[in-house]
Design a protein around this ligand. Structure first.
Ligand code: F42
Length: 148
C-alpha cells in the first residue's frame, strides 16, 4: 500500500528516522513522540510542486475510526508544508496506525466541527493548547477518513 512516485524523505532527521523505524517495524517501534509515551501515526502525501512522495509523523488523534491531522508544527508562525500538500491533493493520502497502512481522504474542519475535534486533539496531546497560544495563526486541522 503506497503512492506511486519517488520518495523524498523528510529533511528533518528525527522525523525521517521515526518514519523509517515505524515502517520497518510495522508500528511496533518508534510509535510514540520521543519520551512522551503518546502515540503517533505516519502520513504519506504527495508534494504539491515536485509530485514526490512525502512522509511525516503526527500525533495520533483518533475517534470512531477517523483521524485528525493537526498542522501545529510546534506552534511555529507558519503552517507546515505538508498542510499545503494535503490541500492540493486531499485524496492522495495514506495513513498508518499499526501494521497496515490504508488510504484516506482529508478535509479541513471549521466552525463547530473544528471546535469539537480541537478538544479531542488537546485531550490526546495537551501541548497543542500551548502551541496554539504561541502562534498568531489558527492551527489548521484536517479530518482523515478511510477510503477502503
Ligand atoms: N508536526 C505537526 O505539525 N503536528 C504534529 O502533531 C506532529 C507530531 C509529530 C510526532 C512525531 C514526529 O517525529 C514529528 C511530529 N511532527 C508534527 C513534525 C512533522 O512530522 C513535520 O516534520 C512538521 O510538521 C514539519 O512539516 P513540514 O512539511 O513543514 O516539513 C518540512 C521540514 C519539510 O519536510 N520540508 C520539505 C523540504 O524539503 O523542505 C518540504 C517537502 C515538500 O512537501 N515539498 C513540496 C513538494 O512539492 O515536494 C513543495 C513545498 C513548497 O514549496 O510548497
Amino acid at each position: 500500500m503506497g503512492l506511486d512516485g519517488e520518495y523524498a524523505p523528510s529533511p528533518a532527521q528525527w522525523v525521517r528516522d521515526q518514519v523509517a523505524e515505524y515502517e520497518e517495524s510495522g508500528g511496533q517501534r518508534a510509535n510514540t513522540l520521543r519520551d512522551t509515551g503518546l502515540p503517533v501515526v505516519i502520513v504519506t502525501t504527495r508534494g504539491n510542486k515536485t509530485g514526490k512522495i512525502r512522509k511525516m509523523a503526527l500525533m495520533r488523534v483518533e475517534h470512531d475510526g477517523q483521524y485528525l491531522l493537526v498542522a501545529s508544527k510546534g506552534g511555529a508562525p507558519t503552517n507546515p508544508v505538508w498542510y499545503y500538500n494535503l490541500k492540493a491533493d486531499p485524496t492522495s493520502v495514506i495513513l498508518q496506525d499499526g501494521p497496515e497502512p490504508f488510504p484516506v481522504e482529508v478535509r479541513e474542519l471549521d466552525g463547530s466541527e473544528r471546535a469539537e475535534w480541537w478538544k479531542r486533539a488537546v485531550a490526546a496531546f495537551p501541548p497543542y493548547a500551548e502551541y496554539q497560544r504561541r502562534t498568531a495563526r489558527q492551527i489548521p486541522i484536517l479530518l482523515a477518513t478511510r477510503r477502503d
